[in-house]
Write a protein that binds this ligand. Sequence first.
Ligand code: 3HC
Length: 283
Amino acid sequence: MTVTTIGIAGAGIMGHGIAQAAATAGIDVVLHDIDERLLRKGIDAVEKRLRGSVEKGKLSGEEARRVLERIAPAPQITALEKADFIIEAIVEDVNVKKRLFEELDGLCPHATILASNTSSISITKIAAFTKRRDRVIGMHFFNPPPVMQLVEAVCGLETGEETLAAAITLGEKMGKKVIRINDSPGFAVNRILLPMINEAVFALMEGVASKEAIDRSMQLGANHPMGPLALADLIGLDTCLAILEVLHRELGDSKYRPCPLLRKMVDGGRLGRKSGRGFYEYC
Ligand code: 3HC
């Protein structure tokens, strides 16, 4: 299957980041979001990143312009009809995803593959919202998507081999390393990463050390590029909480229970970088 145009539903951090990675690899992108303000914000963020690359001499002005031109902003979902492969990157709410997948299933030709960038919702469950269960797959990117190398290709119960092959080909065309994972709560990375972040929040709550000391310790003692609390801010504390809740509920083990401090911060609207304030302040 040759993919020339991909569709992305959702222009948030992950959606516009995936769009940037794809457009940089020469792939045409239709970037859809029903929220026109968010769509504009996503395109602006890509533009700003590209400008930064030009300033660093990593990209010519002409190349940056071409990358940006490959991303077509689309406030109407019908614009996704012409894409060969669609990646959903909307809010982590199973009911909202259900509505979107039902709509895409009705809108797109049967050959179109529908992928989800969900961080923890079952791909088998998402596929069951459609009449093309063999053509639904997880393509789980990592934040920031233009930088991080991995894509987890998550196979649901009925994901077909051709669908997997197409996802691997697309991911590799975007310059990513694609690893096949079976559908299981949190897949591989988040199942391992989120308990570590949760433990860091417990350590902070219990006064083991200051947030700076916890983060610095993990950078220097475990060679992590950033500490777990700073990483939680990057991922979004609401997203961290949502993933932990899925792990806790689906795996039924108390070791995944979200730390009360994490819950409190989300309740208080301290969501990390996206809200300007999480464990740290962002201006
Ligand atoms: N978007 C796009 N590009 C970004 C970026 C962003 N948000 N942040 C940084 N970059 C780019 C910079 O432009 C720079 O590019 P260049 O090499 O072409 O100049 C490059 O990344 C390095 O950035 P910096 O020099 O500013 O900073 P660092 O070297 O400290 O790297 C980092 C920043 C890449 C974020 C690094 O700290 C890192 O790898 N952190 C860990 C990130 C991680 O673990 N992500 C996975 C989270 S889990 C997840 O996403 C799953 C989900 O389901 C929850």
